[in-house]
Ligand binder design. Structure first.
Ligand code: MN
Length: 255
């Protein structure tokens, strides 16, 4: 069993160390992760500057690039073999609802999925790493179950997992649920720079707008570990017919 492990918080983050320690005996686990914090880099690839790979004392390899760069480089040459699974995290903070669009943790896992490899993105719901070892154990439970059920040999799939910051004994079962929605993000923070320019800092994410029963927000608030299967097709399938009718109507009006 070969597992590629990455993240977006960087190769020195407590989350990737905890996840590595938790799953290292499940097979051959190789770490290829960003050198620096690359949170919110989504699926970005670095196309206009070279990437360098270095190895840390603990064997982790790190790249001066994004999470997707790391997985891309690993899968297209660095590893020299095709891993059975790509695992990302554990992220410092929730990746629920709209977060998944921006998340580098999800981006790393999605890069594996786009190469046809089953992938899981793990996040803790609160920042600060409280109970990170419990989260590692819980992540291990899921990876182990996927391997035991041979699910990594099925069609590729992509799971987004959020783990509440609780002791292992207090974590409730895995709960399969849909993504919720967040309110729009908080206001940008503007400050004058020492040189007289205005600097803008992106504000925090908004609170849950749709945290109804059946969402990741709801499940994790109850102490469950949320598991959301993701797909990459952004097509509004429900809207296809309506849009076709709208455009046909326009054509008629215009002719
Ligand atoms: Mn992060």
């Amino acid at each position: 069993m070969k597992i590629l492990l990455s993240n977006d918080d960087g190769y020195q983050a407590p989350g990737i160390i905890a996840l590595y320690e938790a799953i290292k005996d499940l097979g051959e686990v190789e770490v290829v992760a960003p050198e620096h914090n690359n949170s919110a880099k989504s699926n970005a690839l670095t196309l206009h500057s070279p990437l360098y790979v270095h190895q840390a004392g603990n064997g982790f390899r790190y790249v001066n690039g994004t999470p997707a760069d790391c997985v891309h480089v690993a899968l297209t040459g660095l590893l020299g073999y095709r891993p059975d699974m790509v695992v990302s995290g554990i992220n410092n903070g929730a990746n629920m609802g709209d977060d998944t669009i921006y998340s580098g943790t999800v981006g790393a896992a999605m890069e594996g999925y786009l190469f046809g490899i089953p992938a899981i993105a793990f996040s803790q719901t609160q920042k600060g790493w409280a109970h990170i070892e419990a989260a590692g154990r819980k992540a291990r439970d899921l990876v182990q179950q996927m391997l035991a059920q041979q699910l990594h040999k099925e069609l590729p799939w992509l799971l987004n997992v959020n783990i509440p910051n609780l002791p292992y004994e207090e974590l409730k079962s895995f709960k399969v649920c849909r993504l919720g929605r967040r309110h729009a993000a908080e206001k940008v923070v503007a400050q004058p720079s020492p040189h007289g320019d205005m600097m803008y800092w992106i504000g925090g994410a908004g609170p849950a707008k749709d945290g109804a029963d059946g969402t990741d927000f709801h499940a994790t608030a109850q102490g469950h570990v949320s598991v959301t299967p993701l797909k990459v097709d952004l097509t509004d399938h429900d809207g296809l017919k309506d849009w076709a009718a709208q455009l046909a109507g326009r054509d008629k009006a215009g002719s």
